[in-house]
Ligand binder design. Structure first.
Ligand code: AKB
Length: 322
């Protein structure tokens, strides 16, 4: 196969990560070389930075493979996934959606029909038997959620296809991602996005995660930069072919509320934990990402204060113009 221009497909393109990643990739490679698919109605893709959008269920292997062939796709950012909360409610569907399309793409890469894959894993791969803080890259992985189990299996498949067939698949264990352009959906860390919407709309927020629960989080700008850095790194620099730890920030709901209060003094937070508290309790509080820093130069720009300020400014503007 001759690969000259990078032609990129993003699955789950209208989701929280895909919305921002597609704009960046369009700037880098030209909009005409960035393609997107998701379950959403095409009307939702109006204005997206995409050469072409198609409504598609990525578990439909035939539809996905025909699209890849027809548009001469070279690189796939496979973001379509069910997150932790939704997966807990639909375990078998989560397994199917989170694993089957990944295996199909790994097979395509093995057969040299695509050249490179990015696949998101999660801090959900961690579980019991390890310290809560500064969790290192290589530790025993004992996830207790169906989402974590599916991500752990996916990581091992990525490593297997790389070691056995030389497939160039790269992955990051994302922490909770915070962003204002597209809403989060179905995750345990979503409270840290919802809190901003409610602060602006109602001046108060009831958190489904209780006080004292620290989780690893990251602002979307830093997550997108890290993803692009990893994908641009020379293959020989990458020592991890399961998935790289990404630490970012670590904070509790009350610490985030205090940052919001610094800008909006009238803001109030209350707590009503639900089933997602048990998921949060099974995850680490903070992550050691020194391997990503060493292998491909991971770095961050946003701390919790800068992130809070940026979120409030941009989300206020967005909601005012809606
Ligand atoms: C979730 O909460 O499910 C996700 C994740 C940490 O992978 N944001």
């Amino acid at each position: 196969m001759e690969l000259q221009t990078e032609r990129i497909l993003i699955t789950g393109v209208l989701g929280q990560i895909g919305t921002e990643l597609s704009s960046k990739l369009a700037e880098m490679y030209g909009k005409e070389n960035v393609f997107g698919v998701s379950l959403e109605d095409p009307s939702r893709a109006e204005g997206a930075a995409l050469g072409l959008y198609q409504q598609m269920d990525v578990t439909n292997t035939q539809a996905l493979n025909s699209f890849i062939e027809e548009h001469k796709i070279t690189t796939v950012y496979h973001l379509a996934s069910l997150l932790s909360g939704t997966s807990e409610k639909n375990p078998l569907m989560a397994w199917k959606i989170n694993l089957d399309p990944l295996l199909n793409l790994l097979e395509l890469a093995k057969d040299k029909k695509i050249a490179k894959i990015f696949w998101p894993s999660s801090i959900a791969v961690f579980g019991r038997g390890i310290p809560k803080d500064n969790v290192e890259q290589e530790v025993p992985l004992n996830p207790s959620t169906v989402y974590g189990i599916s991500k752990l299996a996916g990581e091992k498949w990525c490593e297997y296809y790389h070691n056995k067939y030389g497939v160039d698949v790269r992955s990051i264990r994302y922490p909770g991602l915070i962003s204002w352009k597209a809403p989060a959906g179905g995750g345990t860390t979503d409270y840290a996005v919802e809190i901003f919407y409610k602060a602006i709309e109602d001046g108060k927020y009831t958190s489904f995660i209780k006080e004292g629960t620290a989780m690893p989080m990251l602002y979307m700008d830093d997550a997108i930069n890290a993803t692009l850095q990893l994908m641009a790194a020379p293959s020989e620099n990458l020592s991890v072919r399961t998935s790289y730890n990404l630490g970012g920030l670590s904070f509790t709901p009350e610490e985030l509320a205090a940052e919001i209060k610094n800008i909006m003094p009238e803001f109030e937070i209350t707590y009503e934990p639900d089933f997602r508290q048990a998921i949060a309790d099974s995850w680490p509080s903070s992550i050691d990402d020194s391997v990503a820093k060493k292998d491909w130069g991971l770095k961050y720009e946003f701390n919790i204060t800068a992130m809070t300020k940026d979120m409030l400014v941009n989300l206020k503007k967005k909601l005012a113009s809606a």
